[in-house]
Design a protein. Sequence first.
Length: 257
Amino acid sequence: MFKKNEKRSPFHDKPLRYPGQSIDDEIDQIYDNEILEAVVYATVFIIITILSWVNYFTKTFTDPIIMSISTLIIIIIVAVKIINARRKLKCLKLGRDGEKIVAEYLDELKRKGDTIFHDIVGNKFNIDHVVLSTHGLFVIETKTRSKPLKGNPSITYDGHKLLVDGLEPERNAIEQVTALSRWLEKEIKLTTGKYFPIRPVIVFPGWYVEPIPTGSSIWILNPKALISFIHNEPISISETDLCLISFHLSRYIKTKY
C-alpha cells in the first residue's frame, strides 16, 4: 500500500542526453572531488592553526609551530591541486564548447528531417553525435584543439595519417572513431536485427581542414561542411528503417544512464 504523502516522478523515461553532457559531468566531478575537497582541507587546517596560535598567546602552552608548518604544506599541496584542476577544466570546457558548436550545425540537419542523438554513453566511452539520415548513418567525433597564435594551422589527412598543424595527435582519432562506429553497428544490429553500415566522421571546429582523398572511408571535416557532405550521399536507407533505428537507439540511451 502507498502512503498518502508518498510521491513519484511523473516521467516514465529519462530525457535524451544533450551535447557535451559527459564533459559537463566530468567538470562537475572535478569541482566536487578535487577543488572543493582541497579547499575544505585547507580551510580546516587554517582554522586549527589559528586556534593553536590563540591558545599559545593565551598561555595554554600549545605550540603552534608544528601545526603552522603542517598547514603550510597542506596549502602548497592544495594550491598545486587547484592549478592542475584548472588546467583540466580549461581543456574540458574547450571540448564541451566544441561539441555544442557542432550540435548547432547539426540542428540544420534536423530541419531537413534527419534525426540527431548526442552523447551516447557506452562502457567507459561515449559517442559525441550520431546522425540518422536517409543518406546514411554517421558517427561524429568532435576534436576541439587550441590553435597557435601565429601562422595558418590546418588539419590534413592523406587516407592513412591524420596531422594537426603538422603533428600527429597523442590519441589516435582514426582508430577511436572507427571503433565507435563498429560498436554502434553491432548495437543497432543487435536491437533491430538488421545491419546498417556507419560512416565514421571526425570534425575540427574552427580549423581549416584540407580536402580529404576521394573515396575515403573516414571523413575529416570542419563541421561547416557536414551538411553538404551528408546530403550529397545517395539515399540508402528507407524512412521505415530510420524510424526503427531511432526507436531502438533512443530506448538504449534512456535506459543506459
